[in-house]
Design a protein around this ligand. Sequence first.
Ligand code: TYD
Ligand code: MG
Length: 452
Amino acid sequence: MSTKKTVFACTECGNETGKWFGCCPQCKVWNSLEEVTVTTSSSSSANKLGARGTAGPVELRRLDTIEKKPQDRLTCSINEWDRVLGGGLMRGSFIILTGDPGIGKSTLLLHVAHALAQKYSVFYFSSEESLEQVRTRAERLGCLQSSVLFSDQARLDEIIATAEIKKPDLIIVDSIQNCLTGDNDLLPGSVGQLKEAAFRLMRLAKERNITVLLSGHITKEGIMAGPKLLEHMVDGVFYLQGEDRWQTRILRSIKNRFGTINELGFFEMCGAGLQEMPNINAHFLEEQSHAPGSALVSSIEGSRPLLLELQALTIASQYGIPQRVISGIDPKQVILIAAILEKYLHLKLSASDIFFKISGSLKIRGNTSDLGIALALLSTFFQQALPSQCLSIGEISLTGQIKPINYIGLHVNEAEKFGITNLIVSGTQKIEKTACSVQRFKHVGELLSLFE
Ligand code: TYD
Ligand code: MG
């Protein structure tokens, strides 16, 4: 016997309550409770300790008797995709690709499906768009002649049954928010449906060793629609994000059980879909301005160094409280470096407005750019450009010392590949070999010699 009851589930944390609250009692997020109908089995009460019901003992096994499943990766000709995934899609993994509506998720999935179908069997369930719409897109991308098999089936039971019987290497479900589960008479995309759909697809991936790739929307606030629970269930969460210029799309790994996080892949949206941008550093360098206030730094994102231009502008403040307008980097980092320069170089930066940004609208973290920040600020302050093709890498301590950084070889190799000829580093930085001319500074006080 099963009965239906209504509960309220939080779209943020998945917490369920018997009545509606304006604010979730668990995660304290406002307006996040949604009505969900759940089916409960009356036999569940009989399954308590001492009332075993029909449940029997489960089979317990030694680990060495467990069959090893093939752990290979599904790789394709789209290198940017493979790299962000950690070297291709792991077989039997359960992955979600998410991003704003219209950003290009379906386009990317179609490219990936087509590329993978050259070697593997791929089923594409388009629960969101009709097959005619998918055909139009495929024509645009030039992949109409593809071995991918399509269906516009949105019912999860049928999708799972098809995968179980036909055993493809990969199924793509575009999108999870549009899947209908079981006899649930709720609209697709509600918390209950999402949880159930994700759970059943996860079981399909793990038990049948079939890779499951989902697409999912994000909300206005920029978080994945549906409970956070979905993020915990999947092996990987990948965001496709837009960028202001060049129609660039950035694929970013947020969670990846089989690779590094914060790995970035670059694509350009053009008339024939998303094209890879393997030489993204060449694009960044082309844009560099070689003017006062510009400094080049190298920042490791995921496993790859990105060569980025920092742009600083300082002017004497017209108001009582000087302005600090900083984007793409933690504002505190820039303010701290400005304070160090003021202390040891006696420059009146605290009386200046500071504007600071990173070209390409990217965000960087870590301290390897400290030296670049200092040089960008000094360069604008003295209105003198740094030498051209010059990369600065180093940390700055509160005492003004310029410190060496780890993995310098990675940065130097990338810099040389793109024609950098000058390096500015810490006085104690060890560099195994480089063709660049290297200028070394131990303390920020010595940096003034660059602006004489
Ligand atoms: P789509 O993949 O449908 O986005 P999502 O699945 O994330 O909602 O992409 C839709 C957008 O991409 C739409 O604005 C048109 C644009 N686009 C191109 O510019 N070129 C193309 O070749 C394709 C297929 C789409
Ligand atoms: Mg879509």
